[in-house]
Design a protein around this ligand. Sequence first.
Ligand code: UD1
Ligand code: UDP
Length: 375
Amino acid sequence: MKVLTVFGTRPEAIKMAPLVKRLQLEEGIESVLCVTAQHREMLDQVLALFELVPDYDLNIMKQNQTISQITSNVIMGLEEVYKKERPDIVLVHGDTTTTFAAALAAFYQQIRIGHVEAGLRTYDKYSPYPEEMNRVLTGHLSDLHFAPTERNRKNLLAEGIADSHIFVTGNTVIDALLEVAGKPYEFEEETLRSIDFENKRLITVTCHRRENLGENMVHIFSAIRDIAEEFTDTEIVYPVHLNPKVRETAGAILGNSSRVHLIEPLQYQPFVNLMAKSYLIITDSGGMQEEAPSLGKPVLVVRKETERPEAVEAGTVKLAGVSRETIYKMAKELLANKGVYDRMARAVNPYGDGHACERIVKALKQYGEESNNQN
Ligand code: UD1
Ligand code: UDP
C-alpha cells in the first residue's frame, strides 16, 4: 500500500511527523512525503527536529500570501506529484489551506483520501477563517476519517459520514508532545536563559489567526501589556509568528514593554519546555489547546469560539474572547486567586494517550486489506 502524506504548515508538521515516522517503519506500507511549504522556516524547524526528509517539496510560500495563491499553487503542484506516484491513499491533516487543496487535488484524480484530525467544528463558517470550511470540505472529500475524540465522531455522523469510515484515534499531537516532553532539555535561546523562572511567573503567549489580524489583535496585545504592567512578578514570552502582519502589530504594542519578550518562533522542543515552565498560557492556537491540558497548564483562548470544547469541559481551557477588558480580567483572576488557578491547573488528557498514530496505521492497514479483498 502506497501512502502519500501531504502537509505544509508548522502545526500539520508537528502532528503528522510521528505518523510519517511510523509509516516509514511499517512493513507492507510504502510511505511518500510531500510538503507544500505553505510555511517555510516554521516548517523546516519541525522537519529538522523529527529528522524528516520530504520526497517532494513544492516550496510555494510567498510573503503575505493570499489564500487563493496557496490554493492554486498547491493544486497545480500536487497534480504532477499525484500523477507520478499514483498512491493508494493520500493523507492530509486538519484544516489549513494546504489540507483542503491537497484533498481536492486528490479527489480530481480519484485518489482515496484519509483525513487526520477529522470532525472538529465550530459551525461558524467565518470563525476560524478559513479553517472551519477547510475542514468541512476536506471531510466531505475524504474516505477515511481519523477523529481525535468521540465528539468529533458524532459531528461527522451528524453530517452523514458513514460510521464504518470513522476511527476514533486520539490526537497525534499528544504522540508528538510525549515524544518531545520526556527528553531532558536546556534552553539555548538567550532571552529564555536570562529569565528567573524560580521567582517569576511565566506567561507564554502566541497569536496568529487570520480572523484576529487587525483590531482584535490590538485588543489582545493591549490586554497583555496591561497584565505585564500590573503584575511585576510576571515575565511574558511571546515567540512571534512570522506573518508580517502579526509582527507589525506585536512590535507596535508590545515592543517597548519591559516584561514582555518578543522572540523568534521556537523549535518545538524548546517551545514545549516553555509551556511546561509556564504559569499560564494565552493563545489563539488550536494545537496548544490540546497540548496545555496534558501539561496541566491553564489556557486563556483569545478567540470567540473553539472547536475544542473537550478541554473547556475538562476545566483547563477558558474562552476569553477578544475584548481587552475581559482578557485582562480573566488573566488577573488566575494571577490573583489561587483557588481559581488550582482548579484549572490540572493535567487531563481529553485529546489522547500518545497512541493515536498506532491506531491510524492499524486502520489504514485494515482498509488496505479490505480493498485488496474487494479487487
Ligand atoms: C496558516 C494556516 C492556519 C494555521 C497556521 C499555523 C491557512 C490559510 N492558514 O496560517 O490554518 O493555523 O498556518 O501557523 O492555511 N511566514 C513566513 N515563514 C514561515 C511561515 C509564515 O515568512 O515559515 C509568513 C509569510 O509571509 C506568509 C505569512 O507568514 O505569507 C502567512 O502564512 P500563511 O500560511 O498564509 O498563514 P498563517 O497565518 O501562517
Ligand atoms: N509551536 C512551536 N513553536 C512556537 C510556537 C508554537 O513549536 O514558537 C507549536 C505549538 O506547540 C503547537 C503548534 O506549534 O504544537 C501550534 O502551531 P500554530 O500556532 O502555528 O498553529 P495552530 O495550532 O493555531 O494551528
